[in-house]
Design a protein around this ligand. Structure first.
Ligand SMILES: Cc1cc2nc3c(=O)[nH]c(=O)nc-3n(C[C@H](O)[C@H](O)[C@H](O)COP(=O)(O)O)c2cc1C
Length: 539
């Protein structure tokens, strides 16, 4: 149903409208036609209501026929159970995960009746250990200060923010709703690599400006990094932090192309690219090619931005290469203020299957690796770590905080909050709810003011749930979660505490050459600041 073209989407509505007129005309001949007129008239009125109401995006795009979706959703659980089982494996997020977001976005608590569906004796099951003396946390507006010793304008960030999604992959209305929600909720909105659009500015919410390999919004005619244009944009008070994108989990090491047909004047304006040409994000950056050059580039961005927090986002690939970057930090003394770790389970507007499924490290492993490497290098206190990758419930966030993150980002969680129904049509420009499309008529379905309130409520209620589970563990703040607060069921069915499963290495152990028993030191010895290439390549 959702791939219907414009005329097809409105066909039912137009048809009942025409039939109403016909019946009214026929009523001059036979009064029976009034029955038809009443029926089709009622459907026409329903259609008029559908295209004018603001709450249900699907009905604004599929007047009258859109009710079929709610009908199927509403039918008896047994049949629904069959439907769930039949398509469960096709969905990145389960119905239950999405339900939590929809409920919290509507201002309802994400509650579940009758107990858990989790398979608690399966390997991989994890749980939080609670206390017999729980505490109540009043204020759930949890914050983390971001900005190391070289940062002049530190940012006091929320513990939960909107992850990078570019204007282009998302519609103007979605960007406006997300940013307005961030403004009213006091949290940050990452621009993604598509530059800062007029809709980001209109919302007025705090921005994390992401600089990808396309250098959108700060590029020269031929696509290279333009320091002058960067400094101009970075000076904007709405820009609170600068993030260099090295990779995202769903398509690490893979560039992107926005076809010329999808480039609207607003997208061209935001990216600083010409109309009528494909807009390419190369797989690799051109502003640096070695770890030392990368460190220098980060230092240059901090300088040019007047000392705003500067960092980078990546999905861990070759672990040695990340260590090369950390070695360059140690050698140059140029240390980023933050690093965002994305898991391979992350999302994207479009990616080749192989990349989406099997390239890049899952979040838990990537996060503990980055956390430990910074500890081993004695830099952990200077760098804040953000985490992204299916973090939509308070439990997901708590576990990420325990395993090394200082804050969490979500992309698809907030997409659900603005009405995404996981139709997985982001790459077709035919998003049924106006979230991931540049089609003006389709994005009409998403009413920014209505959805902005849902974005803010989802954020607020998720942090309230986080406060509840921290309180249940008798912790005053979720940032006090540690690995030992979590238990993990292992393959052999045994349960093991997090501090065993994800053991931390000693502070400074890599610098002091102490063996950590987990292979960090061995890998560190093969890393070098001058090159990302492995030393063997020189042989
Ligand atoms: C539609 C869409 C567009 C995205 N665009 C970007 C981008 O421009 N830059 C980036 O670093 N990550 C991008 N991502 C990845 C997300 O920022 C995030 O890291 C990833 O989806 C994991 O979070 P999630 O599981 O909450 O979606 C995008 C994700 C989605 C779903």
């Amino acid at each position: 149903m959702f791939r219907l073209k414009h005329h097809e989407r409105y066909a039912t509505f137009a048809l009942v409208g025409a039939l109403t007129t016909l019946c009214v005309a026929l009523a001059f001949w036979t009064p029976w036609a009034w029955l038809g007129a009443l029926l089709f008239g009622a459907l026409t009125t329903l259609g008029l209501h559908d295209i004018t109401q603001t709450r249900h995006s699907i009905l604004r795009n599929y007047p009258v026929i859109g009710h079929m979706r709610f009908l199927f959703e509403g039918i008896r659980p047994e049949i629904r159970q069959y439907l769930i089982e039949s398509d469960q494996d096709e969905e990145p997020f389960s119905r239950e995960q999405r339900a939590i977001v929809y409920q919290r976005a509507k201002g309802e608590e994400g509650k579940r009746a009758f107990g858990t569906k989790e398979r608690v004796y399966d390997a991989g099951y994890a749980w939080l250990t609670h206390s017999v003396a729980p505490i109540h946390i009043d204020n759930a507006d949890f914050r983390v200060p971001i900005g190391g010793p070289d940062c002049k304008q530190p940012y006091d960030a929320s513990l939960y923010n909107i992850s990078a999604m570019s204007f282009g992959s998302l519609s103007a209305n979605a960007i406006l709703a997300l940013n307005t929600g961030a403004k009213s909720g006091g949290f940050a909105h990452d621009t993604g690599e598509g530059g800062i659009s007029r809709y980001h500015r209109q919302g007025g919410g705090d921005l994390i400006w992401e600089i990808g390999s396309g250098y959108f919004g700060c590029r020269t005619i031929d696509g290279a990094f333009d320091p002058g244009r960067f400094a101009e944009t970075a000076a904007d008070p709405q820009v609170r932090m600068i993030e260099v994108k090295l990779s995202q989990g769903a398509k690490p090491g893979h560039g992107g192309v926005l076809p010329a047909s999808k480039i609207t004047p607003e997208i061209a304006e935001a990216r600083g690219v010409p109309m009528g040409e494909d807009c390419v994000s190369p797989a690799a950056h051109s502003a640096f090619s070695t770890p030392l050059e990368f460190a220098a580039f980060l230092g240059q961005l901090r300088e040019l931005s007047g000392g705003k927090p500067v960092g980078f986002k990546l999905c861990i690939g070759h672990r040695r290469e990340f260590m090369c970057m950390v070695k360059a930090m140690v050698e140059t003394g140029i240390v980023p203020d933050f690093i965002v770790v994305d898991g391979t389970e992350g999302g994207t507007g479009a990616a080749p299957l192989e990349f989406a499924n099997h390239v890049g490290m899952p979040l838990v492993e990537g996060l503990t690796f980055v956390h430990n490497t910074l500890r081993g290098a004695g830099l952990r206190d200077r760098v804040r770590i953000g985490a992204a990758g299916k973090l939509i419930s308070a439990f997901d966030i708590a576990r990420a905080l325990a395993l090394g993150a200082d804050w969490a980002n979500s992309a698809r969680g907030f997409m659900f909050a603005v009405g995404c129904i996981q139709a997985q049509a982001c790459h077709t420009n035919e998003c049924p709810v106006g979230v991931a499309t540049q089609d003006k008529l389709r994005q009409r379905a998403l009413v920014p003011a209505d959805k902005a309130a849902r974005v803010a409520r989802f954020h607020e209620n998720t942090l309230k749930a986080l406060a509840e589970i921290a309180g249940a563990a008798a912790l005053p703040d979720p940032r006090s979660f540690r690995p030992h607060h979590f238990m993990f069921r292992e393959k052999d069915g045994e349960m093991r505490p997090g501090n065993e499963v994800y053991a931390e290495i000693a502070e400074g152990s890599l610098i002091d050459g102490q063996d950590d028993g987990q292979g960090y030191l061995a890998r560190w010895s093969r890393a070098r600041a001058e090159s990302f290439r492995p030393p063997e390549d020189d042989l």
